[in-house]
Write a protein that binds this ligand. Structure first.
Ligand code: SF4
Length: 290
């Protein structure tokens, strides 16, 4: 597996985030340089390549070339070799239909998007300076699923942003229920010195926020379990990426962890695996013999 940065910095100034202050404004790398680096990685045998940026969807906006992130992905996905391309992180305000169409068109682009929504309430989203509404976010998800019914969706959520009321938090639960994420990365708000959110009045206690967090976790665990149940009996092409005790570990195209028995000589290869069981956090599978 390899990771490479395609851009640095961020222009978004979400009110809770320190990144734009410490990493500076967005700077995209030249597509030709990225292409050469990816070609080298493929030649060296890397099979799972993740393109990194704070907000990859604004790739290219600072370049003089007429190239956006979907163009970059398409160019890289057309390189010869047996590999999978991933990317993170995507900001919903810049995720486009063109990006989803590009993902759908190429078997080399993983059908997974990590699309942080952070909050399900529009007032809270405005206070976070996220620059999309819950409905705009949901319409992106609908489009992604329309063109890629199998897409795996994951997200980040902040619980207890300053001033978020119980009613506003209910909108976060509703959005999670509506989308049905495969996995969520959940955080209780923690102030970052020097950001606007750190100065906002915050009348809710840590215990109140913890109670919301626990509800969100319960909901997501139920959804993850249902999603994992639905994997059982199906066959996936996975990349065997390591061993954990007696079991090999692997990832589906959508990034789901699969454990299976097998020889460590299989590490680094793509294999067809039928899913035979699951837990909330991982799947259990058996390799299909060729
Ligand atoms: Fe940029 Fe992400 Fe931080 Fe927002 S949360 S300012 S998009 S790095």
């Amino acid at each position: 597996k390899a990771w490479l940065s395609v851009m640095y910095g961020c222009n978004n100034f979400c009110t809770y985030c320190i990144v734009p202050y410490v990493r500076g404004r967005e700077r995209s790398r030249q597509p030709g340089d990225i292409r050469r680096e990816v070609e080298e990685l493929i030649e060296k045998g890397y099979k799972d390549i993740t393109l990194l940026g704070q907000n990859v969807n604004s790739y290219g906006k600072d370049l003089e070339l007429d190239v956006d992130f979907a163009d970059l992905l398409k160019m890289l996905s057309e390189l010869p070799g047996d590999f999978v391309l991933r990317f993170m992180t995507s900001h919903p305000k810049d995720a486009s239909k063109k990006l989803f169409d590009t993902m759908a068109a190429s078997p080399k682009i993983a059908k997974h998007i990590h699309l942080p929504f952070q909050a399900g309430n529009d007032r809270v989203l405005r206070a976070m300076n996220r620059r999309y509404t819950a409905e705009q976010y949901l319409s992106l998800v609908r489009y992604a699923r329309q063109v890629m019914p199998e897409i795996v969706l994951t997200s980040d959520v902040i619980v207890g942003f300053p001033g978020e009321t119980d009613e506003e938090f209910e909108d976060t639960l509703k959005l999670v229920e509506t989308v049905g994420y495969d996995a969520l990365f959940t955080f209780i708000f923690s102030p970052r010195e020097g950001t606007p959110a750190a100065e906002m009045p915050d009348p809710y206690t840590r215990q109140e926020k913890q109670a919301r967090f626990d509800r969100l976790l319960d909901l997501q665990n139920r959804i993850s379990q249902e999603k994992h149940n639905a994997y059982v009996g199906r066959t996936f092409r996975v990349l065997i990426d390591g061993a954990d005790g007696e079991m090999l570990t692997a990832r589906t195209d959508g990034g789901r962890l699969v454990r299976l028995k097998g020889d460590t000589g299989l590490i680094g290869s793509f294999q067809e695996v039928v899913i035979t069981g699951n837990t909330t956090w991982s799947l259990v599978g058996e390799r299909k013999e060729n």
